[in-house]
Design a protein around this ligand. Structure first.
Ligand code: FMN
Length: 182
C-alpha cells in the first residue's frame, strides 16, 4: 500500500480581496494531483487578539491537531512591506513542538515582479527556530493577477512543472524525516 503523506497548504494572509488565495488553491490542486493528503489551513480561521503560546486557546488546539498529523507544510505567503503577514506569525507562534523535524516549502506571491521573495527569505529563518527543514526549492508567483486569472487559470504553463519539482523535493524530505519521527 502506498505511504500516506499529509502536507497541508497554509494561506498566510487574511486580507480582504487577497490574491494569494489563487496561488494557495493552485498549490492545493497540485498537491492533490501528486497524491498527497492535503487541505487548506487558512489564517482567517485562526485569528487571535494577541500572541498566545499557552496552547490553551481553542484556535491553538484546532491548529495543533492539524499540524501534529502533518508530515510537512506548504506556506503560501504574500509579501507585505518586504516581510510576511503578521497574522501568519501569530498563528504559527501558537504552537512549537508540533513543527519539529518536518520539511516546509515556501511559495511567495506579489503584484510586482519579485514574487514575494523577500518575505520567503524571512520565513526560512523563522522555520529553523521551529526545528523545521526549509527546502531549497520555492515557488514564486509575481504579478499574481496576470499569472492566475480569477477563474483559477494559470497563464504560464511552466508552473505545473515547477510545482512538480517543488513537490518532489518536499516529499523526499517528508518521507525521509517521517521514518525517523515515527
Ligand atoms: C500592506 C501591503 C504591503 C505590500 N507590500 C508589498 C511589498 O513589499 N512587495 C510587493 O511585491 N508587494 C507588496 N504588496 C502588494 C502585494 O504583493 C499584492 O497585494 C498581491 O496581490 C499579494 O497580496 P494579497 O494576497 O494580499 O493580494 C503589498 C500589499 C499590501 C496590502
Amino acid at each position: 500500500m502506498a505511504e500516506i503523506i499529509n502536507i497541508p497548504v497554509i494561506l498566510a494572509t487574511a486580507r480582504k480581496g487577497r490574491s494569494s488565495e489563487k496561488a494557495a488553491n493552485f498549490m492545493l490542486e497540485q498537491a492533490k494531483a501528486y497524491g498527497l493528503e492535503t487541505e487548506l489551513i487558512d489564517v482567517r480561521d485562526y485569528r487571535i487578539e494577541a500572541t498566545d503560546n499557552s496552547g490553551n486557546l481553542p484556535e491553538a488546539q484546532r491548529l495543533s491537531s492539524k499540524i501534529s498529523r502533518a508530515d510537512g507544510l506548504i506556506i503560501v505567503s504574500p509579501e507585505y512591506n518586504h516581510g510576511y503577514p503578521g497574522e501568519l506569525k501569530m498563528m504559527l507562534d501558537m504552537l512549537y513542538e508540533e513543527y519539529f523535524k518536518k520539511p516546509v516549502g515556501f511559495c511567495g506571491v506579489s503584484s510586482g515582479i519579485f514574487g514575494g521573495v523577500r518575505g520567503v527569505e524571512q520565513l526560512r529563518q523563522v522555520s529553523i527556530e521551529f526545528h523545521m527543514v526549509p527546502i531549497r526549492e520555492a515557488m514564486y508567483f509575481p504579478q499574481i493577477d496576470s499569472l492566475i486569472k480569477d477563474d483559477g487559470r494559470v497563464t504560464d504553463k511552466d508552473y505545473h512543472d515547477r510545482a512538480k519539482k517543488f513537490l518532489d523535493e518536499l516529499v523526499w524530505y517528508a518521507k525521509a524525516l517521517k521514518q525517523h519521527r515515527d
